[in-house]
Structures are given as C-alpha cells and as structure tokens.
Design a protein around this ligand. Structure first.
Ligand SMILES: *Cc1c(COP(=O)(O)O)cnc(C)c1O
Length: 386
C-alpha cells in the first residue's frame, strides 16, 4: 500500500465493529475481567495494546497507534496526550541522572524548555549541537552520552539534518537517536528508516489537520524500546482521550490530499515571496536554493507548507501593520490545520547564535485558494515600506 492508501485503510477493522467504516469511540476507566487470572494478566497485556484500563488506551487509541506505527514503518507506536508530552516522555524513558544528551540547537522551544528545566533538574546534562553538524557530531560524544535528540527541519530556522549520519554516530557510541518528525509528518519522512530509534510527532498538526485537538505519537524501532516507552508512560499516567483519538483518525483520512495541496500552494507562495523587494530570503527546504535542499530531496518524500521568511525590516511597528492588514493569515501558535497562519519568530540558539538582521516570520499555508492568499500578502507587504 502507498501511504495515501494506508491512511484510508489502516486503523479501521470494520469486521470488529459490526461493519462500521469508522472504529467507534470506546471510552473507559474501568475495564471488567472475567476472573482473577485475567485480572492479573492485565499488567502484561497492556504492553500488547490490549484494553486493560482507561489510561492504557482503548480500541480507538490502538487503531490510531497501529496506523501511525505502519505509516512510520515502526515496530510499534504509542499515542500521548500532546506532541510535547511525546517529546518529554520519550526523553524521560531513555535518560537517567548522570547521563548526557545531545540536543539540536534548532529544536521546538518547549523541547528546549523541558531539557533546560526538568532534565537538568533531574541530573541529566544537556548540550546543544549545531543542526548542520551531520557526521561531525561524533566528536561531541562522551562516555555518558545516551541520546541524540534531532528535529528536522529545525523549528523556525528550517535546517535539515543528516539523519543517517546522526544515527550512525549515535549507534557507534551506544546512544539512541530520537527525532521530532512533526514538520514532515508520518507521510513525508520515516526517521526510523534513516536509522532513528524513536520518531515523535505532534498529531496536533497535519494529521489532525483541523486546529481542534492536541495529541502526540512516539513510533518505536524495536520491542525492547517499545516496552521501555510504555513503562514510562504507564508510570507517568499520560493518557490520550479516545474521543480525541477518534478526531485524529478522522483528520488523518484526508491528510494526503490536504498536505499535497498545501505543499504546492506553500512552494508557490514561497517562490513568489522570494521575488518581493521587502523579502531578504525565504527558508523552505523544498526550494532548490535552500542550503539543505539536497538532504531534503534524499530523505523526504514531500514537503510541509510551513516555512520561514526573513524580512529586511527591523521595524516592529511596520511588522505589526503588516500582520494587522492580513485578512486570511491568522496570528496564532501551532499549525498544520486547514487555515493559513503567520507568526513573527525569534529562534533561540545557543550553539550557533541566530544573528540574522531583519525580522523572521513563519508562514503556514492552508487550503484557501492561492489567489486569495497571494492577493492578501501582496496588499500587506507595502505596509512595511512605511
Ligand atoms: C507543535 C509542535 C510540537 C508540540 O505539539 P503539541 O501537540 O502542541 O504539544 C512538537 N514539536 C514540534 C516541531 C511542533 O511544531
């Protein structure tokens, strides 16, 4: 099955549900057992995606988990309550006090926040590496380095990472590679196929696709890691609500058409922006002049519609005028929904400080007619000229 067929046909065992096209929402806290033996067996059965208690998932959760696992070509996957909880739980699952973790300098800001607060507080040393270091990451390893956490492309600054090179270096030093795959989603990049051990994403974004829920997933390369991740999740009590999993499955069915449409519009708008006088440059890995375009071509099978635009101006009032004048680009966090968004972005970088003069904007292109989006931007850009 090709991915577009997978998202339509996986995760819906209609025969189990009296022929219904969609799996129903199974809600649960208590699950009843026929006898004591079955009750005692629950501790083990929860690792096998069997319904044993509400926090461990219900058939609705498992349909989504199994779909993500197949899409990511993973051994197994778990669904978490948000994209951020997927990141935190993955790191907590594999790290302990005294360990060292290498984190990309380009990670999503809340990932950095978790590393700098919680991880450091519990005795894990966190070091940030330059996102473009590739195989040169080998020189960063110490005897206690247990994991590399990559996000490709970087949040806000869109550097693409050499995942196979990172995986090779990590494995040579007995460390794991964890990848935040949110930008490409399970459709356009399969980090486990490039050597990663864990691939995380915010289902919140393209998979959900309608800006109405938060959910995360962790796809896992092998059985022992799957057990380690589940142990951590069961211990922490993180639980994805079955109603939300149902909505995510509903969003997922149309993800391929949405993403393809949005990708085409995104590339066209990015190219058009490159020709505008107010724009210094555009950061979009699918454009041939992006510094990491070759890596993107090698490791990704498609593109998100999320990219950066660096404006010449440093005048905050001018940027404010531009944002106010837009009709179709909403100002707000998150992305991956059907609607276009725009947000000023200031990357936090400590390994390689972000020192680009100008104003960085992050654009998310939705499903609107591209003619309206271009007209909107084209009427708004002159606001920067004063
Ligand atoms: C949005 C996002 C997350 C977190 O997802 P939530 O569901 O909002 O917690 C994680 N990583 C990246 C790259 C994101 O863009």
């Amino acid at each position: 099955m090709y991915p577009a067929t997978q998202i339509v046909h996986l995760g819906r065992n209609s025969a189990r549900y009296e022929g219904m096209v969609n799996p129903p929402v199974y809600r649960a806290s208590t699950v009843l057992f026929p006898d004591l033996q079955a009750y005692h067996a629950r501790t083990e059965r929860r690792y096998e995606n069997q319904t044993v208690y509400g926090t461990c998932g219900t058939p609705t959760t498992f349909e989504l988990a199994e779909t993500i696992a197949r899409l990511e070509e993973a051994h197994d996957a778990v669904i978490t309550s948000s994209g951020l909880s997927a990141i935190c739980l993955a790191l907590l699952s594999v790290l302990r006090a005294g360990d060292d973790v290498l984190v990309s300098d380009g990670v999503y800001a809340p990932t950095r926040q978790f590393c700098d607060s919680m991880l450091q507080r519990f005795g894990v040393r966190v070091r940030y590496y330059p996102p473009r270091c590739g195989g040169a990451i080998a020189q960063w390893f110490q005897a206690n380095t247990r994991a590399v956490f990559a996000e490709s492309p970087s949040s806000l600054s869109f550097e693409v990472q050499d995942l196979p090179a990172l995986a090779q270096a990590a494995h040579a030093h007995n460390a794991l590679l964890i990848v935040d795959n949110t930008w490409a989603s399970s459709l356009f990049c399969h980090p486990l196929q490039h050597g990663a051990d864990l691939s995380l994403q915010a289902i919140t974004k393209y998979a959900a696709g309608h800006s109405d829920l938060v959910l995360g997933s962790i796809a896992v390369a092998n059985a022992s890691l799957a057990r380690q991740i589940k142990d951590c999740i069961f211990t922490m009590g993180d639980a994805a609500a079955p109603d939300v999993c149902y909505l995510a499955l509903r969003g997922l069915r149309t993800m391929a058409v949405r993403m393809r449409h949005q990708a085409v519009s995104g590339i066209r708008i990015a190219r058009w922006l490159q020709t505008q006088a107010q724009v210094k440059y555009v950061l979009h890995p699918a454009l041939s002049d992006h510094p990491d375009h070759a890596l993107w071509r090698r490791d990704f099978s498609g593109t998100a519609s999320l990219f950066g635009v660096l404006l010449h101006t440093t005048d905050a009032n001018a940027v404010d005028r531009l944002l106010r004048s837009l009709r179709f680009f909403g100002l707000g966090a998150s992305w991956g929904g059907y609607e276009s968004l725009i947000l000023p972005a200031s990357p936090t970088r400590t390994a390689v400080p972000w020192a680009e003069p100008g104003t960085l904007l992050r654009l998310h292109i939705g499903l609107e007619d591209i003619r309206d989006l271009c007209a909107d931007l084209s009427a708004a850009l002159p606001h920067l000229d004063g």
